[in-house]
Design a protein. Structure first.
Length: 293
């Protein structure tokens, strides 16, 4: 039994506690999308528009998440294309330097040498990222990948990925505004990501409750305290943290100390309990709030 538990804990990825990653993996296991393909944008960068749309995240965050998920074996990379990249910084955007076509007589010798070099190494290029100058033949190949779910990890992903769609639909049916995942700019100007943000009136500009969900193969440690820092910075009436399967004793003691920040703690033994638990507590909090107003 001990070895089984150790193996389960080793296979659990902290990335699964990111709301945007949860949404992406849910789309993949439901076959709502089968492959995340790169596209070249107007700035000359390869992006993953479908992943950005699903995750609601920036280009950089999406690329980092896809690479991290592939490194952990949750996603598999498949080569989509290969492009030329700067040998110094890896950027794939560059200009072709044509200045050698107009030679001034004092520099004629240097330009002749440059012409010989160019004939051997190709055109002279300038990368846009760091302004590095190199010849075409000095560039390095850079593979651009598409990403798919690793079918060998499907059962693991299905075990740890939450299906919050029924909860979101049930809350919206009440006439509430629900953002999933939710991004809120705090008083500090920093953007914070929560699993859910709820307003009890669809047309309200205020946020009545923010919810973070943390899942783990063992009691969640004091890293869960990150919600306290976020809760201090955002304007939300109630802050909820739901953990699966439970808080560690140390984390519980720290939350008791920080209880002045009005963070409600819910514990569920399994992921399957999350929707009912959140629906019940949010409905109760809404009744209290609406009676007060």
């Amino acid at each position: 039994m001990g070895e089984e538990k150790s193996s389960e804990e080793a296979s659990f990825s902290p990335l699964l506690n990111r709301s945007d990653v949860q949404v992406l993996l849910k789309a993949l296991i439901d076959n709502a999308v089968s492959e995340l393909k790169p596209e070249l944008n107007q700035a000359g960068e390869f992006i993953y528009p479908e992943a950005e749309k699903i995750m609601g995240s920036s280009t950089r965050n999406v690329k980092d998440a896809l690479e991290s998920l592939a490194d952990e074996g949750i996603l598999v990379r498949e080569e989509s294309t290969t492009v030329l990249a700067c040998p110094h910084c890896g950027d794939i955007r560059f200009l072709v330097d044509l200045s050698g076509t107009q030679t001034a007589s004092p520099e004629a010798r240097a330009k002749v040498i440059e012409s010989i070099v160019s004939s051997l190494l190709g055109r002279r290029l300038i990368c846009l990222a760091e302004k590095h100058v190199f010849h075409e033949g000095e560039g390095v190949p850079k593979k651009i990948y598409s990403y798919k779910l690793n079918e060998g990890k499907r059962s693991l992903v299905e075990k740890w990925v939450m299906d919050l769609k029924p909860l979101v639909e049930a809350l919206r049916a009440k006439g509430w505004r629900v953002d999933y995942p939710a991004r809120i700019i705090g008083r500090s100007g920093v953007e914070h990501v929560f699993t859910l943000a709820v307003s009890y009136r669809e047309d309200s500009d205020s946020v009545d409750a923010v919810i973070d969900i943390i899942v783990s193969s063992k009691p969640v440690d004091e890293s869960a305290l990150s919600i306290v820092l976020k809760a201090m910075d955002v304007k939300a009436d109630k802050k909820l943290l739901l953990v699966v399967p439970s808080l560690s004793d140390r984390a519980r003691a720290l939350f008791d100390y920080y209880k002045t920040y009005d963070v409600y703690i819910l514990e569920c033994q399994t992921i399957s309990e999350i929707n009912d638990a959140l629906f019940e507590i949010l409905t109760s909090l809404a009744k209290i709030k609406l009676r007060e107003t």
